[in-house]
Design a binder for this molecule. Structure first.
Ligand code: PRP
Ligand code: URA
Length: 208
């Protein structure tokens, strides 16, 4: 498994603003989407293309188009929704599969409550999106669920990850690549990422 920490200056600048304590809901949402778009750009860099001929103004022209498998974006509810608009700006035709999980406040274990997957998920690349990879429990549960549905090509996009969660994912799903704006320092005693963003879902939905 590869962990791609995207050090692009635009990503790092936007993430710095996202970390500010007094950030508004509106600004947090905008930046979560914008970073989501930039992570998507990086995560799709190795997608295969094929040569096709199009009827261009000057006559037939050989051009490159995306080849083969299509994508399904998989936001983990709730907070994953916060990155969705940005991701879809890069891939407007992608189909969406939704997985609902929340983290138990005492055990930090993911609790499942919803799923609605596209029917042909076994033929698609699944791009799971969630602002936070903390213990890794929610992401691992989502990958388990997608693999059970027949999905074989899965990647994860996160704004911020903890090294503890990355290690757990590496162990559970070595075939899954991660794209993150930052791998932060550590988890605190409440399994929150430090320095992190705080509660990303609350910030995106205005429920803090
Ligand atoms: C957050 C976050 C991830 C999960 C990460 O969701 O959006 O889904 O926690 O933690 P983990 O890696 O330890 O599993 P939360 O449970 O707060 O739910 P929400 O999106 O509904 O706010
Ligand atoms: N969920 C969040 O929203 N933030 C964290 O730091 C950990 C889990």
């Amino acid at each position: 498994m590869a962990v791609h920490e995207i050090k692009h200056p635009l990503v790092q600048h936007k993430l710095s603003i996202l970390r500010e304590k007094e950030i508004s809901t509106k600004r947090f949402r905008e930046l979560a989407g914008e970073i989501g778009a930039l992570l998507t750009y990086e995560a799709t860099a190795n997608f295969e293309t094929e040569l096709v001929t199009v009827d261009c103004w000057s006559g037939p022209a050989e051009v490159e188009k995306l080849k083969g498998k299509k994508v399904t974006v998989v936001p983990i509810l709730r907070a994953g929704i916060g990155m969705l608009d940005g991701v879809l700006e890069m891939m407007p035709s992608a189909k969406i599969s939704v997985v609902g999980l929340y983290r138990d406040e005492e055990t930090f274990e993911p609790v499942y409550y919803f799923e609605k997957l596209v029917k042909d998920i076994d033929q698609r690349v699944a791009m799971i999106i969630d602002p936070m990879l903390a213990t890794g429990g929610s992401f691992i549960a989502t990958v388990d669920l997608l693999k059970k549905a027949g999905c074989t090509k899965i990647m994860g996009l996160f704004l911020v990850a903890a090294p503890e969660g990355v290690a757990k994912v590496q162990e559970a799903h070595p075939d899954v690549d991660l794209y993150v704006a930052s791998v932060d320092s550590h988890l605190n005693e409440n399994a929150y990422i430090i320095p992190g963003l705080g509660d990303a879902g609350d910030k995106i939905f205005g429920t803090r």
